[in-house]
Design a protein. Structure first.
Length: 264
């Protein structure tokens, strides 16, 4: 296990799910963690307490990463507290659950709103953090989704935003090197409240069972599973950049690949 004492990580959307799990994991290895959140201060405070109990220093930084000024402020507050920045995890994300067949269910504004958080925000965060990451020869991980690879997911707008994020990761890898590595993780089904609330309990359960029945490994992801891969890219994959890692229990190998979520 890599000792990260003296390292600093900034995690967007760190108050729940994958972001929270990543903060806890890194803190447990001695890393100082800046936890960005948009609205859920109480949840972010709980994550910070968990991180401190694991031995990591923490900073809570409220900000809307869809806003470029907030991105710059979040980075500057992190620097003001810890003095440097080693890792950036672009985890904040949003969607609108709309059946893919329902083309009328998405407006232009829906696309703007989803791209603002899922695609533009990671670019803005990288841009704001670039000089500091170059100085430490740091690393970035973008939390994408298998939706951007499979073309399935919560909505067509979400699919498009994550496909764009994957492509942007490749472009950024070319220009950030040699000092900074940047990679993306593409989770499949991740257990938790985000999907439960978005899909509804019945659809969530059906999708989970569908995944477990058809994926070669017979499992779905927990946030902690994705955090492990994020930590790998940040700390261990020293000669890897521009990669998109599918964390899908091998579902891409299933033929025919079941839709996600199931068509209704």
């Amino acid at each position: 296990m890599t000792d990260l004492k003296g390292r600093v990580a900034l995690i967007t959307g760190g108050s729940s799910g994958i972001g929270a799990a990543t903060a806890r994991l890194l803190a447990g290895r001695g890393c100082a963690v800046a936890i960005n959140f948009s609205r859920s201060r109480e949840a972010a405070q709980k994550v910070a307490a968990d991180c401190q109990a694991r031995g990591g220093e923490t900073l809570l930084v409220q900000g809307n990463v869809a806003d470029d000024a907030d991105c710059r402020r979040v980075v500057e507050e992190t620097l003001a507290r810890f003095g440097h920045l080693d890792y950036l995890v672009n985890n904040a994300g949003t969607t609108k659950f709309v059946a893919h067949r329902d083309l009328a269910g998405l407006s232009a504004q829906d696309f703007h709103d989803i791209f603002a958080v899922n695609t533009i925000a990671p670019f803005q965060m990288v841009r704001a953090a670039e000089p500091y990451l170059r100085a430490t020869k740091g690393a970035v991980v973008n939390v994408s989704s298998i939706a951007g690879v499979y073309g399935t997911g919560s909505s067509i707008a979400y699919v498009a935003s994550k496909a764009a994020l994957n492509g942007m990761t490749l472009s950024l890898a070319r220009v950030l090197g040699p000092e900074v590595r940047i990679n993306a993780v593409c989770p499949g089904f991740v257990e938790g409240e985000w999907l439960q609330q978005g899909m509804g309990e019945a659809a969530y359960k059906a999708a989970q069972e569908n995944w477990q029945r058809n994926a070669p490994l017979g499992t779905t992801n927990k946030p902690e599973d994705i955090a492990q891969s994020i930590a790998f890219f940040l700390t261990a994959a020293v000669n890897v950049t521009g990669e998109t890692l599918l964390i899908d229990s091998g579902m891409r190998l299933a033929q025919p690949r079941p839709p996600y979520p199931p068509r209704t």
